[in-house]
Each structure stands twice: as C-alpha cells, then as structure tokens.
Design a protein around this ligand. Structure first.
Ligand code: 4AD
Ligand code: MG
Length: 446
C-alpha cells in the first residue's frame, strides 16, 4: 500500500530516483547474468521493465528462475530506458520474490481466446484486455455517480430481494424459502424502478445503481442473468425531459471514458475494435436522432433488407432491426419513442391515441438497445385499469397504486444496462467479458 503504483512511476518517476514497486511478472527473459522482467500491478496497461543484474544476492537460482505470474517486490533506481515506448526502467538493487508462480501458470505470453479465459475467471483479470475492461468499468461507474451527484440526484439503495415483479414480465429468480421466511413469495429484483419511483415522489430526483437479475434463457452476446443497471427517476418530468437526460448522461459518461482511459482505449482501438475511439468521439459531439416506433417500422418496411424476423406494426423490434436503424439508417445513437402499449410494461404512460405509450429506447451501433425508459402512468384509474387488463394482482402492487392517490405527479426515468455501456465503449464483442464474474444459463462458476 505504501509503494507507488506502476502507473505513477511510469508517468512521474524521475531518472535517478530510488523507488520500490510491487507487482506480477507478465514476462521474464533471462540471459547470461541479467534478467529482464516486465512487471505490472494492474494500474496501467504498460508494465515497468525491471532489469535485474547478476550481482543480486539471490540472483542464482531465485531471480534467474522466475517465470510469468510470480509476484515480486523490487527496490532500485530509475534509469533512462533504451527500449522503445518506455521512458524509464528500474534497475533492481534488491528483488524479493513475494510469491513464486508454478510452471503451469496458464497465462503465458501467447494470446488466449476469450472463451478459454472465462474458464479461468480467477486469473483473467491479469490479462491486458480484461484488466483494461475492469479499469474502464470503474471509470464509467465513477462518471455515472459524478453525473448524477453534480445534478443533485440522490442515490437510492433499492433492494435486491423484492416481492414485486417490476417489469411484469415474469423473468424472475424465485427465492427458495422466501415464503417461509418473509411470509410472501420473494425474488431477485429485475429492476429498481418501482422503488426508485417511491424515491422520486419524495426526493424529486433519484437514481438506483446496482445488480439486477433476469431469468431469461437468452444465450446471446448481450444478455446476462445478473447485470448492473443505472436507473434515474425524476418527478415533475415527462418523456421529453427523460430523453434529454439520457442523451446528456450517455454523452458525459462516454466523454469521461475517452478522457480518463486514454491508454486503455488506444488498446481497444488497436486490438479489439478498430475505429472505436473515433466513433465514440463522433457520438459525444453529435445530437442523437429521434423517431417514433411507428416511423421506425415504416423505415424498416421500406428498407428492402431481408430480415430474419418480420417487421410489422405491433411486433417488438428485434436486435437485427435495432441495429439496422442505428448502424445503417441514421449511423448514430437513435431514440425510438411511443411504442405500442401491448409490447411494453404495464407502468408506462398511455398516449391519447389509445394504442401507444410514452416509452423510449436508446439504440446504439454494435449493441442495439442500451437504454430503456418511459414516462410513468401517474393517473390512478388509468393505471389500475391497465394492470387489471394485464392480469396483474392489484393487491400485490397495492403500494404502487397508492402512490397515485397521494400527490401523484408526472414522472419519468430510464434504465441503462451498465455492461452494455462498457461493451459499447470498449468494443468488446461479448458481454461475458465486461463483467468480472458472468452469470448466464448453465454457468455460474466463480
Ligand atoms: O429495458 P429494460 O428491461 O427496462 C427496465 O428494466 C426499466 N424498469 C428501466 C427503468 O425505466 N428504470 O432494461 C433496461 C436496460 C436495457 O436497455 C438493457 O441495456 C439492459 O437494461 N438489460 C440487460 N443487460 C444485460 N443483460 C440482460 N439480460 C439485460 N436486460 C436488460
Ligand atoms: Mg427494454
């Protein structure tokens, strides 16, 4: 804890300074009486080159025998590096082997497939790519809190164990023994929205940010059974205010990632998704496109594309449709609004046309839906009627309806899939590789 991070040594360490660093060997090259060790502590993409001379007391056999994965503490002097792409290197005066690594350490220099790395989730954060993903994830989370905190939103800690099915979609993980323990059936939350609405109707602007769970059997590159969701909720707000917030929010968080993760983003651009940095830079500068669901369906019908799923008014947009709209048609993020009420959750505000609701989805290239939100139905009778029509148990949602009887006001919010945001920002192809411990059908190891 007292030693400086390798990131700070690389950035600020002065030639001639004596420093101590701690980290793991990403590679080791031993030649006669001299060893070159690439040491990383996860604080940056670049490692620090340590040059260990044969004069070290423990050079033979300890230092000379070091291999990839071993943990070391090195004290020495920073010298100018003759190597390309690094300003300084560390000439070791003392090298302590804190934890040796057995010869069968699986992360040798060669590239491994992401599929394989998932099977060693206890070691994969030590790879360049996963470490970079987790650093970007962290910066994104910080930027999200900063965005809301600077605007006076209160972070509301919504529960993970809950009685309600917030989406009314039935994709729930039931808690075994919940009935006996709580006296009622309980589940893992699918969304903190309903509780966030309680918060908004007291504190005005709130947000939830935490894990959510869906028992949908979707084996895709964009679905997880456990994922994090960011859910702002605003009182005295309509759909327009909601989409404005979503746009400002996405822009600010992506800007923070570009500004604060330069080294990692350059890596993603070079190794993972060519052009990702330029595309994000473009996106944060350009206003999003807007269109209604009805217009989107017309555009899809006129597209001449041979979609796998049929497009017709009233059917939900499939991922292939969403991607065509945002990638091919408008070539930037697209906000689709006013969906048919039949394909959206019960809580959305009914438009006067009697068949659409004030819903909005934000679609982005490569991902499709990244944000889903709406203005909420705040009219008691309209809501009660709709819930009945959808077969929901009004008693189970008693408190939700009651909020509509005591000072109900127009309010709105949205949910951002945090992993989809990280996927979008980094260009990572599979959502399983942007969360430390993915949970998907048939897999919950680690
Ligand atoms: O569109 P969804 O289902 O909306 C809600 O849950 C609302 N209650 C949110 C709100 O208004 N407060 O989910 C919101 C977002 C989606 O747009 C998507 O980005 C992400 O959550 N998402 C998932 N991410 C990963 N794996 C899954 N299985 C996901 N399901 C939704
Ligand atoms: Mg949605």
């Amino acid at each position: 804890m007292d030693t400086p991070s390798i990131r700070s040594v690389l950035a600020d360490g002065e030639v001639g300074a004596r420093v101590t660093i701690e980290g793991w060997l990403r590679s080791a090259r031993h030649s006669k009486g001299l060893s070159f060790l690439d040491v990383t502590d996860g604080s940056s993409m670049a490692g620090l080159q340590v040059v260990a001379p044969g004069e070290l007391d423990n050079y033979d056999p300890e230092v000379r025998g070091l291999g990839t994965g071993a943990a070391v503490r090195v004290r020495g002097e920073l010298v100018e590096s003759p190597g390309k792409g690094q300003r300084v290197e560390l000439r070791a005066q003392e090298l302590e082997v804190v934890g040796d690594a057995a010869d069968d350490y699986p992360l040798q220099k060669k590239r491994h497939s992401f599929e394989y790395l998932r099977t060693i989730a206890h070691l994969r954060p030590r790879t360049n790519t996963l470490a970079a993903v987790f650093r970007v994830r962290n910066v994104a989370a910080r930027a999200i809190h900063r965005f809301f905190q600077e605007r006076g939103f209160v972070w509301l800690h919504t529960p993970i164990l809950t009685g309600a099915d917030a989406e009314g979609a039935g994709e729930l993980f039931e808690i075994e023994g919940g009935e006996a323990f709580f006296g009622r059936p309980t589940r893992l939350t699918v969304s903190g929205q309903l509780e966030a609405e309680i918060g908004a109707l007291a504190l005005r602007n709130v947000y939830a940010f935490g894990p959510t769970f869906r028992a949908e059997n979707s084996n895709t590159s964009r679905h997880l059974a456990e994922f994090w969701m960011v859910e702002p909720e605003m009182a005295f707000c309509d759909l327009r205010g909601d989409t404005e917030l979503a746009e400002a929010f996405l822009r600010e968080v992506l800007t923070a990632i570009l500004e604060e993760c330069g080294e990692d983003m350059a890596f993603f651009d070079e190794r993972i998704e060519k052009g990702v940095v330029a595309s994000l830079e473009h996106i944060v500068k350009t206003p999003f496109e807007h269109m209604t669901y009805t217009e989107a369906v017309q555009r899809l019908e006129q597209s001449g594309e041979d979609f796998e799923h049929l497009v017709s008014w009233g059917a939900d947009l499939q991922s292939e449709h969403e991607r065509w709209l945002t990638e091919t048609l408008v070539q930037k993020p697209l906000v689709v609004t006013d969906y048919p009420s039949a394909i959206k959750a019960f809580y959305m505000y009914a438009n006067d046309d009697g068949r659409t609701v004030r819903a909005m989805d934000v679609l982005v290239p490569r991902i499709g839906e990244i944000v889903g939100g709406s203005q909420r139905e705040h009219r008691h009778d309209v809501l009660a009627e709709k819930m009945k029509a959808q077969g929901l148990d009004l008693e189970e949602y008693g408190w939700y309806l009651e909020l509509r009887r005591f000072g109900s006001v127009p309010h709105a919010g949205f949910g951002l899939g945090f992993e989809r945001l990280v996927q979008f920002a980094t260009g990572m192809a599979n959502i399983r590789d942007v969360i430390p411990f993915p949970r998907v059908p048939g897999y919950a190891e680690f």
